[in-house]
Design a protein around this ligand. Structure first.
Ligand code: HEC
Length: 230
């Protein structure tokens, strides 16, 4: 293969791998698109607040330690802020809900899953989380009770009781609920792989280096072979 063709092929491949397809949930329902960025510190911090204020009433994120909230530059909280959050929990402990599995089962019939890697575990990731949080509706067939019908949850019957108060919310609150839901989706997308930004940055350097090396070697080859008839 000629060098030019090779470069075109590599270019096409990288475009393909970066292209994102429109996301759907496991059941193939088209999801809402969440405006998130896993490099936006302000958004991730707002999402953390929603997580600790609302979600941690029921869910844990045990892979994220309180120390991580200080160490990850995408969050970068101060030690004082984290001390306030963690209360009696050690700095090296993961973020754990105070709700016991037994009580959760008694109240909701299911144990709320740990959300550390939920953004990777579910098709659609942040879009799915955002869609579920803003997907509580009245069951059009009137079978599933209010608060348990969710447009985007596979099978529609969800044991989580509308945490953002989406069902029957006032119209003027729509934007705020949507924003909070996207923020917490951003936080969950970030913690599912807290080293993703670092890895991407290293990847870019490596690709840049390889490209440069290719050019240098190509020039070298031209130089070495220039007097040889072939
Ligand atoms: C009152 C308790 C409660 C609160 C508060 C709560 N959840 Fe849940 N959540 C649950 C339960 C119970 C389930 C299990 C649902 C099921 O499997 O039917 C669940 C499931 C989920 C799921 C998984 C859905 C799936 O595909 O399996 C996600 C994502 C989720 N919650 C996100 C959140 C977020 C984000 C927040 C905060 C904004 C939150 N939850 C607040 C109880 C809660």
């Amino acid at each position: 293969m000629k060098l030019k063709q090779l470069l075109v092929a590599v270019g096409a491949l990288s475009v393909l791998s970066f292209a994102q397809s429109a996301s759907a949930n496991e059941g193939g329902i088209e999801l809402k698109h969440a405006e998130i960025s896993v490099t936006d510190q302000a958004q991730i911090r707002r999402g953390l607040t929603v997580f600790t204020d609302v979600c941690m009433g029921c869910h844990s994120a045990t892979y994220v330690t309180y120390k991580g909230l200080i160490d990850y530059p995408e969050i970068g909280l101060t030690r004082e802020a984290v001390d306030e959050l963690r209360g009696d929990y050690a700095l090296t402990e993961g973020m754990r809900t105070d709700l016991s599995a037994e009580d959760a089962k008694g109240s909701y019939g299911k144990v709320p899953p740990d959300l550390s890697v939920i953004a990777y575990a579910r098709k659609g990731g942040a879009d799915y989380i955002y869609s579920v949080l803003t997907g509580f509706e009245h069951d059009p067939k009137g079978i599933i009770p209010d608060g348990n019908f969710n447009e985007y949850f596979p099978g529609h019957r969800i044991a989580m009781p509308d945490p953002m108060g989406w069902l029957d919310h006032d119209k003027e609150d729509t934007a705020q609920i949507e924003k909070d839901s996207q923020d917490v989706a951003a936080f969950l997308a970030f913690i599912a792989d807290p080293h993703q930004n670092q890895r991407r940055a290293i990847g870019c350097w490596v690709l840049g280096f390889l490209l440069l090396l290719t050019l240098v070697l190509w020039r070298l080859k031209v130089e070495v072979w220039k007097d040889v008839k072939h």
